[in-house]
Design a protein around this ligand. Sequence first.
Ligand code: PLP
Length: 400
Amino acid sequence: MAFKPANNIQDLQYFGEFGGVNPSISDSSTYTFLSAKTMFDTFEGNADGCYLYSRHSTPSNLHLGQALAAMEGTETANVTASGMGAITAVLMQLCGAGDHIVSSRTIYGGTYAFLKNFTPRFNIETSFVDITKLETVEAAITAKTTVLYCESVSNPLLEVADIKALSALAKKHNLKLVVDNTFSPLSISPIQLGADIVIHSLTKFINGSSDTVGGVVCGTQQFIDDLRSVNDGACMLLGSTMDSLRAASILKNLRTLHIRMQQHSVNAKYLAEKFEKDGLKTVYPGLESHPSHELFKMMMNEKYGFGGMLTVDVGSLDNANALMELMQKQNLGYLAVSLGFYKTLFSAPGSSTSSEIPEDEQREMGLSDGLIRFSIGLDADIERTYSMMHACMKELKIVE
Ligand code: PLP
């Protein structure tokens, strides 16, 4: 039977303390115990249903985690203060000194910087590979490799990972396959395709209102318990805990994610097709010209489309900057990093979100100066948006 992530979210029922239709927010950093013995048991991790201290967990965080676990089809989940708070905790939990990671080379710049510059301090080395070439991925695996890391749809190049095939490789070599699904919530369900752990930056589509950062790790009860362990859990000890008030507000936004993703996808597909017809080098997984179009189609939960992200190469950084400034002036969106907002957001990743990646490596992976990354908004009249964007491009002589 087809996996229905939005049904799984909708089917959860929570009530507030006084019968409210939203769960009550737990506005406390610490919790009382009726007996000292229960406090001891809670520290030891054997007192289900008891709360200890809000860096460990809170009722509000557990509600949001439960909804996100339902969305991804995992036993449970742990929410974090940011996407990086989820990524760094997972990698530090899974790897120790001497371990090796095989990672896609096109990933979010912050994750790349963490793996390239930070984890080597702990003697954890990473090989960056073209994740679309399975032979290259397998060739990079060594006896020390413990983790295979990728994004389902990569930031910013929109490369698509073959999660089923990567999962087979991970199983063969006894690795954990960790997938960052930030760019394709609902559209792709990595666990259903064999991933072990799924991460999201909630900052983006899932929260959708660009008012907070947040993250989540979805996985088995055992792994999430490990992350939360008071003795050696990376979430508990590194402390990137989400605040309860934020967890409550993200949960409310999550309930409209299915409608928003459909609109982001419809709008992005419309613009991608138009830009491509205009002769612009356009990358969007929903275009037949995308090298992994068929793969995306095979993996996707069809209803939610190919997502809201596309890139266009306008030839040079000067062109990109001029176009972004003009589009912002015409109120077609904002020159801003991040994604998943109701307004279109655009940035030139080479000089912003991926600037952590050295220029020569950017060239090698096809990240050109003139590349603009668009997170397409929820525009009600995408035809008008297109004609205004086209007029901007014409004025700057980017299109005829
Ligand atoms: N993963 C991806 C794919 C991202 O694009 C980002 C941020 O841009 C992150 C993770 C990091 O998330 P956060 O900014 O919430 O820490």
